[in-house]
Design a protein around this ligand. Structure first.
Ligand code: UD1
Length: 381
């Protein structure tokens, strides 16, 4: 069974790593890895391949940046010939980025079965490009691998046939668990002069938070206020860095700039951090303040309080278990939540169902079973 696996942007690399490792256990599977090139910097791409021991891509489509239409169309144009070249039984896509939708659409039109890993998540906010990618990719998919109960409800409500839906757990958590011993060995916390539970970790890159000057300026006001009490560590995504520079929020907008308050804390901007170092920074943080999707899940498993700077989440299980709070972007609300998590430890909670490090095993078992069924169907025809 030949499976064409698609990755494009940073969170995809984390999700594909456990699957590529699992495929190796089955001699009947021939995995092909396609990198669309949506993310291309060393820090956003290569370092993940190295650390997560992902094999080098068989093909790199090198699409780079563009508007949504240009990026999606360019991926589709460059991906389409690969279907006739490799003639795969299945195209596997992960997550919700433009590469996910583009390749699912190409495969579905060429009648190749699509497997979507991380199906069913919904924020119910079409202002998020990822929400549109999620809805459309699920509508095109033949195998929908679901991470949390809300995904089952959403797909059922949208009328997806139950025999296409598989509740398997979370491959991002597989990756975390596989790398846990390395996380324990990283020295990034002391290298940055930080102490365990003595700092806040920030990540922000959603267009709704970083693309407008007044919003980003207001958010930096919040970060500086937190920085009065503890160091604020902020690895900067390229989109956010470009906007900081464009809006003149720091003198040069350069990641070397740091705004230290008088007590020596303040906001420290870093280049994007490698996978292992990032998880180490998260594990030792007092709390993480983020607008990312995957970080809400990783913080839940690391038992680090997560404050999500959004009005909604497509990962409600993280809120339901008590690990994650949606704080929006109103400065008073964010600072209130910061005070709460700074003063109270997280209450004990149970991990979401099947976030146990074995999701990739379950996914590949389903694909093998389906491949046998596909083969028998072809012979009968
Ligand atoms: C994309 C995903 C988002 C995901 C995020 C993770 C979509 C719609 N969005 O957003 O869901 O959470 O990745 O990081 O697919 N850039 C670089 N170097 C890189 C990559 C990007 O400089 O390696 C720049 C691009 O030139 C572009 C900007 O960052 O100007 C945004 O990149 P893009 O891939 O369009 O979207 P992200 O904001 O990264």
């Amino acid at each position: 069974m030949r499976i064409l696996n698609v990755v494009g942007a940073r969170p995809n690399f984390v999700k594909i790593a456990p699957l590529m490792a699992e495929y190796r256990k089955y001699k009947e599977i021939e995995p092909i890895l396609v990198h669309t090139g949506q993310h291309y910097d060393d820090a956003m791409s290569n370092s993940f391949f190295e650390e997560l021991e992902i094999p080098q891509p068989d093909v790199n489509l090198e699409v780079g940046a563009g508007t949504h239409a240009v990026q999606t169309a360019e991926i589709m144009k460059r991906f389409e010939p690969l279907i006739s070249e490799y003639n795969p039984e299945i195209v596997a896509v992960v997550g919700d980025v433009n590469s996910t939708l583009a390749c699912a659409l190409v495969a579905a039109k060429l009648r190749v079965r699509v497997a979507h890993v991380e199906a069913g998540l919904r924020s119910f906010d079409r202002g998020m490009p990822e929400e549109i990618n999620r809805i459309l990719t699920d509508a095109l998919s033949d195998f929908l691998f679901v991470t949390e109960p809300s995904g089952l409800d959403n797909l059922k409500r949208e009328g997806v046939s139950p025999d296409k839906i598989f509740f398997v757990g979370n491959v991002m958590i597989d990756a975390l668990m596989r790398n846990f011993s390395k996380i324990q060995k990283s020295s990034i916390v002391s290298t940055l002069g930080l102490t365990d539970k003595g700092y806040a970790l920030i990540t922000l890159h959603r267009p709704s938070n970083v693309d407008r000057p007044e919003t980003l300026r207001r958010i930096f006001g919040v970060l500086r206020a937190i920085g009065q009490d503890m160091p604020v560590i902020f690895p900067i995504h390229p989109r956010t860095r470009a906007n900081i520079r464009k809006f003149g929020l720091f003198e040069s907008g350069d990641a070397r700039d740091a705004s230290f308050s008088r007590n020596g804390h303040g906001v420290q901007l870093l280049e994007p951090v490698r996978y292992i170092d990032f998880l180490t920074l998260m594990r030792s943080a007092k709390f993480v303040l983020t607008d990312s999707g995957g970080i809400q899940e990783e913080a839940t498993v690391l038992r680090v309080p997560c404050l999500t700077m959004r009005q909604n989440t497509e990962r409600p299980v993280t809120v339901e278990v008590g690990a994650n709070v949606l704080v929006g972007t109103d400065p008073e609300d964010v600072l209130d939540a910061v005070r709460q998590v700074s003063n109270q430890p997280l209450p004990p909670y149970e991990m979401p169902l099947m976030w146990d490090g074995h999701a990739a095993e379950r996914i590949v078992r389903v694909l093998i079973r389906q491949a046998k069924w596909i083969a028998s169907e072809t012979i009968a025809a």
